[in-house]
Design a protein around this ligand. Structure first.
Ligand SMILES: NC(=O)c1ccc[n+]([C@@H]2O[C@H](COP(=O)([O-])OP(=O)(O)OC[C@H]3O[C@@H](n4cnc5c(N)ncnc54)[C@H](O)[C@@H]3O)[C@@H](O)[C@H]2O)c1
Length: 342
């Protein structure tokens, strides 16, 4: 299929390479930074477009990998003209933008819309999901997670440090991955309590740390922390149940060795059985995510991280900000609760 890359930065380049390696053709690249666009266009032998609209017009699929502010307009344009869309996380800057995208997708049923949640395709995370849904650790009780890196001097000058371009700070940046994994594993939470802080970086109103609790009406709880002042990169996601636990550490690369530890308690008590699996291969998550997206286009059905799931994440994210601002636990308001799901 013919791919348009909108935004030729870190992720746009990665997506272009993955699409090509899978046998798709990158036909057009748009980035207002023409040097970047040219570099990618030359590499993948695509044409350089002078607008997102022009690039989309040449394509079957639009990959939208811009700063958060420009995700929605490009994805809207692509869907309205019948193109399939892979939009990077988050699904827009806020719940309002995500809801508009959801509604557009709902009126263009032939369009496959996927939010880029590559974490779901990490081997330890896939294995944990499979073990959890197979009931290995019994009934879920609580989750604990930490995700973060150390930011960098000057980050306030990048688009992620600009409230208008980013929409939010670290909760919006890496926090959405934790929210996505949690909704995927445990279904959508009912309420949230959050606090956000700007401890170190001069980011105006944007947070460099977010601390939150998610709750379900049946009593399950999730405690999570996402940070741009986590000086050594860290990903840790732990799922506890009545019969055991699944603990994911690392994502490979700068996040350290990726592993999954399954702990099973013995009904009679005493030391539990512990099995640790280490995943040392290269990061295949981007390739697997592309395959999932393409499978949905070719065979019908929905990819992981569809419009409904993306909107769920943004509803939970919206609740985190509302809770932090009001210093109260808040009910998560899912705008599509009564709308058609796909
Ligand atoms: N799935 C993940 O783990 C993951 C990781 C990093 C980033 N992301 C997401 O990918 C998106 C891009 O992030 P990045 O790290 O590649 O950023 P980046 O800064 O490396 O690249 C963004 C590119 O978009 C270009 N751009 C700016 N305005 C544009 C416009 N109006 N139209 C087209 N292009 C425009 C910039 O010039 C830049 O080249 C963000 O939404 C981000 O949240 C996802």
């Amino acid at each position: 299929m013919k791919i348009a890359i909108i935004g030729a930065g870190l992720i746009g380049v990665r997506r272009a390479r993955v699409a090509r390696a899978a046998g798709d053709e990158v036909v057009a690249v748009y980035d207002p930074d023409t040097a970047r666009a040219q570099l990618l266009a030359t590499e993948v032998r695509a044409c350089l477009s002078d607008s997102a609209e022009a690039a989309i017009a040449l394509s079957d699929i639009a990959v939208v990998a811009t700063p958060n502010k420009y995700l929605e307009p490009a994805a809207q344009r692509a869907m309205e003209t019948g193109r399939h869309v892979l939009i990077e996380k988050p699904m827009g800057r806020n719940l309002e933008e995500a809801h508009r995208l959801f509604k557009t997708q709902a009126t263009h049923r032939g369009v496959v819309f996927k939010v880029g949640f590559n974490h779901r395709y990490h081997p330890a995370i896939m294995a944990a999901h499979a073990a959890f849904t197979a009931g290995k650790i019994g009934t879920a009780t609580f989750l604990r997670a930490t995700y973060g890196h150390g930011g960098r001097p000057g980050c306030e000058k990048e688009w992620r440090g600009n409230p208008d371009l980013a929409g939010g700070g670290e909760l919006t940046d890496q926090g959405v991955h934790l929210l996505d994994l949690t909704c995927w594993l445990m279904n959508r939470p009912d309420w949230a309590f959050a606090q956000r802080r700007t401890f170190v970086w001069p980011l105006q109103e944007l947070e460099d740390n977010g601390f939150f609790t998610l709750g379900w009406n049946d009593g399950r709880l999730a405690q999570m922390h996402t940070s741009w002042t986590q000086w050594k990169n860290r990903f840790s996601y732990q799922i506890y149940g009545t019969a055991g636990a699944l603990e994911i550490e690392g994502l490979g690369g700068s996040y350290g060795e990726e592993s999954l530890t399954l702990t099973l308690r013995k009904p009679e008590g005493g030391a539990p059985d512990v099995q640790r699996q280490v995943f040392t291969g290269p990061d295949e998550s981007w390739r697997l995510e592309w395959e999932d997206f393409r499978r949905a286009i070719n065979q019908g059905g929905s990819p992981m991280g569809n419009a409904s799931e993306g909107l769920e994440v943004m509803a939970a994210l919206d609740a985190l900000y509302r809770s932090s601002d009001s210093f109260r636990p808040v009910t998560i308001d899912y705008p599509h609760r009564n709308e058609t799901r796909k």
